[in-house]
Ligand binder design. Structure first.
Ligand code: F6P
Length: 323
């Protein structure tokens, strides 16, 4: 058993579909074990400002099927400063929070680490559509975002096919190409560009498109990760050098919204439950992860030092299948 009486939960950074299901799981598991539970609104910013309220069973009712995060989120610059961190920890103490569960990405984990250094126990749950957290194979929101992007690309394919055009689609992922690589493969993209790989426009875009066109194909899909960028310029270059009319589409924040898929609700429910079990079993300052099909936990400092690399094979497969 442990000394913890009250557990707070927050969502932080970019929202991701499934975050609500994770909050619900944390609150309901905590109540199940007899803890007092609290919702911290708007991430670390809400912690600093004392936007904290007690949560009962019904506080999280009718939320798990909803997109976004009903407790709000923020990217909080103030919490990157020592003064902000001290203020956040002070607020946690004022509201009797012994532990805080932080649902978010790498930046939010850094905030959680800072909070732990101020004497508040923390647990991190991976929540970001980008799937770019090193201490886990899966992050909440990834599946829903990919399905949203896939649905959009399927629709773009209909119009590209009708006009014999090339659709150049930018998907989210500033630092990571996981969405681009997997959606590109599933959408049958002719070219996939990810920030992890350097590319040469002639070798990797124009050349392959001309080769495919020479085999008789008339419509094309190019998927570009946000971190590669230059989507409009790329589209213009494709029109100019291949003779195929290209049109750019930036999917943007639409990928962050919508009803979470089964996978995201299930993973969020399991991870939220697991996070509270860690605290209940006396563990603190851990990151929840999913490795080779099972839930695991890592020390927060160790987890933040880990690195993750996209498998280049994911892009390679799309190339092979397109040609
Ligand atoms: O949450 C991750 C993410 O959606 C990235 O894919 C994207 O680069 C970034 O957030 C956008 O952030 P913001 O909503 O602050 O523009």
């Amino acid at each position: 058993m442990n000394k913890i009486k009250t557990i707070g939960v927050m969502t932080s950074g970019g929202d991701a579909p499934g975050m609500n299901a994770a909050v619900r799981a944390v609150v309901r598991t905590g109540l199940h074990y007899g803890y007092k539970m609290a919702l911290i609104k708007h991430g670390f910013s809400g912690l600093i400002n004392g936007e904290i309220m007690e949560a009962g069973f019904t506080s999280v009712g009718d939320t798990l099927q909803r997109g976004g995060t009903f407790i709000g989120t923020a990217r909080c610059a103030e919490f990157t400063t020592e003064a902000g961190q001290k203020r956040g920890a002070q607020m946690a103490k004022i509201f009797d929070l012994d532990a805080v569960v932080v649902i978010g990405g790498d930046g939010s984990y850094k905030g959680a680490l800072a909070l732990s250094r101020q004497g508040i126990s923390v647990i991190g749950i991976p929540g970001t559509i980008d799937n770019d957290i090193a201490s886990t194979d899966y992050t909440i929101g990834f599946d829903t975002a990919m399905n949203t992007a896939l649905d959009a690309i399927d629709k773009l394919r209909d119009t590209s096919l009708s006009h014999d055009r090339c659709s150049v689609v930018e998907v989210m992922g500033r630092r990571a190409g996981y969405i681009a690589a997997q959606v590109g493969m599933a959408a049958g993209a002719d070219v996939v560009l990810v920030p992890e790989e350097d590319y040469d426009i002639d070798r990797d875009v124009i050349g392959p498109l001309i080769e495919t066109r020479n085999k008789g194909k008339k419509h094309f899909i190019v998927v570009v990760a946000e971190g590669v960028g230059m989507t409009e310029q790329l589209s213009e270059a494709i029109t100019k050098y291949t003779g195929v009319e290209a049109r750019p589409t930036i999917l943007g924040h639409i990928q962050r919204g919508g009803t979470p898929t089964l996978r995201d609700r299930e993973m969020a429910s399991r991870m939220g439950h697991f996070a509270v079990e860690l605290l209940h079993n006396g563990k603190e300052n851990r990151l929840v992860g999913y490795r080779n099909g099972v839930l695991v936990d890592y020390d927060i400092e160790e987890g933040l030092k880990m690195t993750k690399k996209m498998d280049p094979k994911d892009v390679e497969i799309s190339k092979i299948l397109a040609q």
